[in-house]
Every structure is written in structure tokens, then in C-alpha cells.
Design a protein around this ligand. Structure first.
Ligand code: PGA
Length: 253
């Protein structure tokens, strides 16, 4: 049985005061929900403050990005050495990083290796554009992204993958549960062919893209979908709590 995981990606929103406020509003209730791995991914500058707030709670922190070198003259970058001790997970290869910061599959592959080397669990994001989706190329694109990101990476159940169709991110136009389930099944098969069936069955694969408290049930009800990477709705305490509690309820049945 895979433990469901819900991660909230706050993206470039909230200053330190706002982030700690947002966390404070939901932490107590979030901590009470069992059976789901709960992860908050605030901006880098708020990780330390929120780490203080979640002490002793069943809540984890994730970073939204990371560089692939340990240290050195890389002005403005954050290394895995700076993240260890501060967070447990790191989002890598988000489509916004690919699109606005020119991250290639090769860069993402280096980042995945580095995160694992330092014991940070990668949340590796993959997803196809609307154009590729409409051209029926989803499977091809996703398979290629997974193969490239995992080149030379040893089999590990620590890896988390998020399938996030680009056309569904921040658009209010989520995929259907069935569509997401089919693509996630394909991702699992790709991992099985690269690594082994046991590991492919053990890793968590999430759906992301316009997930809310109103549609989470449709995704979570699907057998291949192990949780969600939530953007916009993770900035609303009520909505995020609804997503996590519904996940707990549905996956426990
Ligand atoms: P969204 O973002 O939930 O706002 O669509 C998801 C993501 O980018 O991880």
C-alpha cells in the first residue's frame, strides 16, 4: 500500500509574515489528519520560520527548487546542503521552471541525482503542453521526460513523481480523473521498465493541475493516483484542509 501524499506548492506567493500566518491557520487541523503524508512547500525564505512552527507535528516541508552543485560561485542559487535539515522534499522540474527558467531534462536529471545523494526526496514534475496533448503525443512526451530525468539514477522508492499537464496548471481546467489515471499508469510502467516492478509499485505518483477541494475526490478515487501537488488551492487554508481530509477519507476505504 502506498501512503498518499498531498503537497502544497505556494510558488512565489507570501512574504515571511504571510507564510507563517497561512501555516498557523492550518497547522493544528492539518496535524490531526492521519493516513496522508502532508507537505508544505513555501518560498525558501519562509522555510526556517515554518520549520519552527511544525516542530513535533506530522507535517513536512519541501523546497520549490534546488541547484545541482553543492556550493560555490553560483550567485542566487540554493544548494542541497542548504536544504538538508530544513526540509525533507524538493520539487524539481516544475513546468514553470522549464518554461521561464530554461530548465532542460538534462538539468533536471542532475538535480534529481543531487537531491537523492543528499537524502532529499525529489518531487519530479512532468507534463505535456496543450499542443502535444491535442496532437495525441502525451504518452510520448511523458515517457521521454521520465527517461531523461531518471538517466543514471538508481532505483529508489524515495522518488515522488507529479504528473502535471501544463494546460491544467493554474487554468481551472483540470484533467479528468480517468485521463490522469491513464497517464500515471503509463508513468508507472515507464519506471518499471527503467528500474523494476517493485519500485514502480512503491513510488508515489501525484496528479497536479487545478486541484481543489471540489475536485480532489475524482482524482483520489483512481487507483494509480497517490495524491496531489496543489498550487492555487494550497494558499487557501480551508481548501487545502479539505483536499487533505478528503484524501485521507477516500484512500482509507
Ligand atoms: P495549480 O498549480 O494547482 O494552481 O494548478 C499546480 C502546480 O503548479 O503544482
Amino acid at each position: 500500500m502506498r501512503r498518499p501524499l498531498i503537497a502544497g506548492n505556494w510558488k512565489m506567493n507570501t512574504n515571511v509574515a504571510e507564510a507563517t500566518n497561512l501555516a498557523q491557520v492550518m497547522l493544528a487541523e492539518l496535524d490531526e489528519i492521519s493516513g496522508v503524508e502532508k507537505v508544505l512547500c513555501p518560498p525558501f525564505v519562509s522555510l526556517a520560520s515554518i520549520k519552527g512552527l511544525i516542530k513535533g507535528m506530522s507535517i513536512e516541508l519541501g523546497a520549490q527548487n534546488m541547484y545541482f552543485e553543492d556550493k560555490g560561485a553560483y550567485t542566487g542559487e540554493i544548494s542541497p546542503l542548504m536544504l538538508i535539515g530544513l526540509c525533507d522534499l524538493v520539487i524539481l522540474g516544475h513546468s514553470e521552471r522549464r518554461q521561464y527558467f530554461a530548465e532542460t531534462d538534462e538539468i533536471i536529471n542532475k538535480k534529481v541525482k543531487k537531491a537523492l545523494e543528499f537524502g532529499l526526496k525529489p518531487i519530479l514534475c512532468v507534463g505535456e503542453s496543450l499542443e502535444d496533448n491535442e496532437a495525441g503525443r502525451t504518452g510520448e512526451i511523458i515517457t521521454q521526460q521520465i527517461r531523461a530525468a531518471l538517466t543514471g539514477v538508481n532505483s529508489t522508492s524515495q522518488l515522488v513523481i507529479a504528473y502535471e499537464p501544463i494546460w491544467a496548471i493554474g487554468t481551472g481546467r483540470a484533467a479528468t480523473g480517468k485521463q490522469a489515471n491513464a497517464t500515471i499508469g503509463l508513468i508507472r510502467n515507464t519506471v518499471a521498465s527503467l528500474w523494476d516492478i517493485e519500485t514502480a509499485q512503491a513510488i508515489r505518483i501525484l496528479y497536479g493541475g487545478s486541484v481543489t477541494g471540489s475536485n480532489i475526490a475524482e482524482f483520489i478515487a483512481e487507483p494509480e493516483i497517490d495524491g496531489a501537488l496543489v498550487g492555487g488551492a494550497s494558499l487557501k487554508a480551508d481548501d487545502f484542509l479539505r483536499i487533505v481530509s478528503q484524501t485521507a477519507a477516500i484512500k482509507s476505504t
